[in-house]
Design a protein around this ligand. Sequence first.
Ligand code: ZN
Length: 444
Amino acid sequence: MNIAYALKNVNLIHGDSNRHLQSGMTILVNEQGLIENIAPDHGLTIPSHYTTIDLTGKYVMPGLINAHVHLFADGKPLTLSVSEGLLDFAYHRILDTRFGRNVLKKRMKRNALTALHAGVTTMRSVGEFFYTDVRLREEINRGEWVGPNLLVSGFFLSVTGGHGAPYLALVGDSPWEMRKNVRMNVQNGVDWIKICVTGGVTDAKTVGEAGRLQMTVEEVAAVCGEAHKIGMKVAAHVESTEGVRVALLGGVDTIEHGAEMDDEIIHLYKNNPNALDGYTAVIPTLQAAYPAASLDPSVTKLSATVKENARLVYDSMLKGVKQAIDNGITIGIGNDAAMSYVSHYDMWRELDHYLRQTNLTNKQVIDMVTRTNAKILGVDDVTGTLDVGKHADLIIMEHNPLEHIKALSNIAMVMVKGKLIQSPVVPRIKEVDDVLNSVWQPVD
Ligand SMILES: [Zn+2]
């Protein structure tokens, strides 16, 4: 049982861009952690056993939803030119041991907590080692510690030599092997299936290889068929136009990263008979590609190949974002936290890209990172907006994010499923903040 709360005198942002900010509101949160009532202060009697928190002057909105994260790393820059041999050694000698798995689990928990304390009340983790994500989700759901709502996908599904293979992926090379790998992930308790349709920036060895096609339509369709028959959705890592086409034809539910579109692709996004909901959403991860693409290699310590691939992917992804907006394609927000320079506490920077690069408003991007994300993730019945009957997943800020998106970088309090974190603690990574702040001119 939780404590029941009355959050009094708040400026309320619903998370739905069709509704306006309301001042002088009280939110009642019951012992089950659900929003029981939302009404003007003067019209509401607060039951005597409720703990009243006076939030005069503060802003309350739904908790942030990060639709694309990995918990295994925290965003500290890695030198991506690590040789294969060293990675091999590190994996077998360290990570894949009892000790290594324990260290990994602790680190993942710490990253989940950092995200939560920075306002991310729901996260979809799209690719982790050893089903540690499943175990963390179970611990949170059993109430062992207060964590974010976690949707997890276990290992990637990839092809031989494909993105994330062999350590971060279950490898398969035919429709039936793909089906078997889906079944293995399902057996291990995942919520989502994550597949790699093309290569990625982090493992490409030559310029242009990041978006190289790896899966066939038949393989993607087998994954989707297997997942959809039990109502599970499929996320596809894709970094090129042809990759997006293959993934959409196969019936995936979300395109991660994405690329420039053509007419066939635009049509398929909006009307995809093979996707579970009849359409496919795109979840660009602009923040993940931006630092590598725009920073000087002397700062990032990245190879010229990685920088050039990141630039190609960023430019194509951004074109895709603009086309998605122009054509009414559903866009979700995720930042690929864990990648170099992408911390778990900096969601505002992902939103800031949209404000700088497109004509979307603060209200629209806040809708995307709350209500729309919840819908894409299939959790809009329980979270994503501030409405009676939903989980009390919310954040409290000193400043108005509808005016300054950077208000999201300083969260005063966080509530997840009715559990209030009154003094959030966000361990920041100075070397990451310093570099990003040196290139970042926030729009507001
Ligand atoms: Zn990712």
